[in-house]
Design a protein around this ligand. Sequence first.
Ligand code: HEC
Length: 219
Amino acid sequence: MKTFLIKNLALLLLLSGFFTSCNQQVSKSEGNSMKNPVEEAFVEATPTQDTTLEIYRRQGKEIVKATFSALNSQLKSAMKQGGVPYALRFCNVTAIPITDSLSARYDVDIKRVSMQNRNPDNAPDALEESMIASLQKMMVASYEGVNMVVLDQDENPVYVQPIVLGDQCLQCHGKLGDDILAANYETIQSLYPNDKATGYRSGDLRGIWRIRFNSTNLN
Ligand code: HEC
């Protein structure tokens, strides 16, 4: 009886050692996955219910939400601080650095692109242009909830989500004279001599969010 107990105790200790080391491994990999949202989603995903495509879709959506809210909160506080002229200058220097810093944080490449771009750095490449064209042809009552995941020529998954213009955007992207004050248009022209991003109406497709994942993210 005594040997039986000792044997079991030894087994228990052995097993508890095994579980502790397992736990350590798990928490180590959790620490890494915090930096990589795709891996994090993979850990959460139940293989039978969630496909790779759905993981990219879910991550893409979340990254767009976070980036939009970062840009929007900065834009709002700049408008409060110095109105449209100040906000224009503020966006000129901060919009791309904000998206770039979130790209680094999520380990993806985040871009806002538009055919009618203000900043020529936001012009679409061939794939992005074809995505915009597909969205324009889509017969939907609203772009709410519409998104796509495609592979680029390097087999990188790309998440695409439409950017729709709202009333709060018109002061800088609406019609000259009607929505955009002449003085503000002068500021736009001085910052962006080749600006194409005016003349929009509320509800128009303004462009797309494009989140490019590394093909290695899920390997
Ligand atoms: C205060 C003026 C202002 C407001 C308001 C504003 N924008 Fe912009 N927007 C800009 C400027 C300036 C840029 C160029 C930023 C840069 O240099 O990257 C820009 C760029 C963009 C781009 C990137 C493509 C491009 O044309 O370069 C998109 C998309 C965009 N805006 C959408 C919106 C939407 C949607 C809203 C409303 C939610 C909005 N903007 C409100 C000033 C504004």
